[in-house]
Every structure is written in C-alpha cells, then in structure tokens.
Ligand binder design. Structure first.
Ligand SMILES: Nc1ncnc2c1ncn2[C@@H]1O[C@H](COP(=O)(O)OP(=O)(O)OP(=O)(O)O)[C@@H](O)[C@H]1O
Length: 267
C-alpha cells in the first residue's frame, strides 16, 4: 500500500498535506504519535473510509478508489478505533459478517465459512461466548469479537486502530502474538496504531511516527524509539533500554516534575 502526495482533512482542519508513505507488504508496520497527530486519519485513508482531497491511495498497485467495495473488503480488513456495535446480535453473527465479502450470488454460505468463523472465535478465546449477545460483553470481550471478525475476513492486508484497547496486559500480549502469527504464517501485511511504545517496538518490523502534519520518523523500532524522537513526537523525556525479555526497545518515561501535555494539576 502506498499514499502519494495526499491531503487529508476534515471540514475545518487539514491533518496531512503532501504526505507520502509506502507500507511494505508482508510486514507489521505500526503508526505511533501523540493524541490528535493523525494516526487514525491515516489508517482511515488506507482503508478507504476517508478519501483524500488530493493525491492517491494505492492498494496492490491500483488506486483504491477504483476497486468495488466488495473487492476492497476481500483485500483489506479494517478495525476502526470506535466500531459501531450492532444491537441484538450474537458474537457468532458479528464474526460471521467477516465472511460477507466472500459471498456472492454464485457462492453462498459453505461449511468452510463456518470453519473459518469457529477458528476466529477460538483464536480470540471467544468460543464459549459465541451465543452471547454482543451488548452483554465486557469491553475487552467485545474488542476481541471485533478482532475475530477481522480474522474471519481472511484478507491479505489488515488495518487495526488501537486493537489492544480495553484489553488487560495478558490479553494485549495474546492479541499481538496472534497478529504476529497471522503476519508470519499467512504473510499478511499489518498496519496498526498502538499507544504502548514498548509493545509497538516488540511486535513491529517498522514504526512510523507522525506529528505536526508529517512523518517525523520511519524505520526499525530501534531507529525510531530514540529519546530525541520521543521528545519531538510526544514531548516525552524517556530512557530507551533493551527489554530484558525480548531485546527490543523498552521505553522508560522519566519522572516528571510538571505536566507537559496540556493537563493542569489541581491546585
Ligand atoms: N470526524 C472528524 N471531524 C473533524 N476533525 C476530526 C475528525 N476526526 C479527527 N479529527 C481531528 O483530526 C486530527 C487527527 O485526529 P486522529 O483521530 O487522526 O488522531 P490520532 O493520532 O488517531 O489521535 P488519538 O491518539 O487521540 O486517537 C485531530 O485534530 C482531530 O481532532
């Protein structure tokens, strides 16, 4: 995937102008950056949820706007930051929506669709909750159900906006291990947004730091998670040391004497 010279904006604000970025196929790329820096906006452009006002987004070498919607959904799955949860729907029904792009007038539901859904439920630890209404799930269970839908879609490209939201640390690790196994075993291209920089460093081949309307840094976790770049992207003083468990960069924020991100301390 690639964006060439794109402008991404909302009614009153331009988030990116003249942005170029290409995503390597078969790799895990994570977008990092401060709140409001444009990570979700960029992911939405890759996922054809937001059209650029200038420039072009390419998917598999073709402008993404030229594909039929069903074709995009076969090639690319996106988990937005705040997906709209349907009412009166079981977990299994929600996950089965991932198979819709694979159905057509000529090809209806088959037993292999059911197998893919079972596998997606099992991979996200939801088999026992398959019959539950999605409205009754905890935040973390619901997040896993959305991830299961993305898995069931079996697309070669997966876009995940903060997929670890609501998950406890153990489930965060499980989810990121699952993402990495889909990347390694199915060769899927993954682009995600994560706020935990150490986990981003542990589970990504490449990090792209965005801020101030541009790409601030782009490279391997060790190239991007440096104290200088963390200061520039997050206004954060931090040490970066090798994670004793994985050898990847571990970001250790320095103790703060005062707030820097617009929060005001109570008097
Ligand atoms: N629907 C919208 N309408 C108007 N402005 C928007 C809309 N969505 C996002 N923005 C603005 O665009 C900018 C980038 O937002 P975006 O959600 O892409 O940031 P982000 O890096 O994903 O942030 P966060 O880490 O807080 O999720 C912000 O200033 C935000 O207020």
């Amino acid at each position: 995937m690639e964006v060439r010279d794109i402008t991404l904006s909302y009614e009153r604000s331009v988030v990116f102008e003249g942005l170029h970025l290409s995503i390597e196929a078969g790799k895990v790329t994570t977008l990092i950056g401060a709140n409001g820096s444009g990570k979700s906006t960029l992911l939405k452009a890759f996922g054809r949820i937001l059209m650029p006002s200038t420039g072009t987004v390419y998917l598999d070498g073709r402008p993404v706007r030229e594909y039929a919607t069903r074709e995009v959904a076969r090639r690319l799955a996106i988990l937005p930051q705040k997906p709209l949860t349907p009412s009166a729907t079981s977990v299994r029904d929600l996950v089965s929506r991932g198979r819709h792009p694979h159905q057509s007038l000529l090809k209806s539901w088959t037993s292999s669709d059911a197998e893919v859904i079972d596998a997606a439920l099992a991979a996200t630890g939801l088999s026992d909750l398959a019959a539950r209404d999605v409205g009754s799930l905890s935040g973390g269970q619901l997040q896993r159900a959305w991830v299961a839908l993305v898995l069931a879609q079996e697309s070669p490209t997966i876009l995940l906006d903060e997929p670890t939201t609501f998950l406890d640390l153990s489930h965060q690790l499980d989810l990121l291990e699952l993402v990495r196994s889909i990347n390694r075993e199915r060769g899927a291209t993954v682009v995600m947004v994560l706020h935990d920089l150490s986990l981003a460093g542990r589970y990504s081949d490449r990090l792209v730091a965005v801020g101030r309307g541009r790409v601030l840094a782009d490279g391997t976790p060790w190239e991007v998670l440096t104290p200088e770049i963390l200061r520039s992207a997050f206004d954060l003083d931090a040490l970066v040391v090798p994670d004793p468990s994985s050898g990847t960069p571990l970001v250790v924020p320095a103790v703060r004497a005062e707030t820097t991100s617009g929060f005001a301390l109570l008097p």
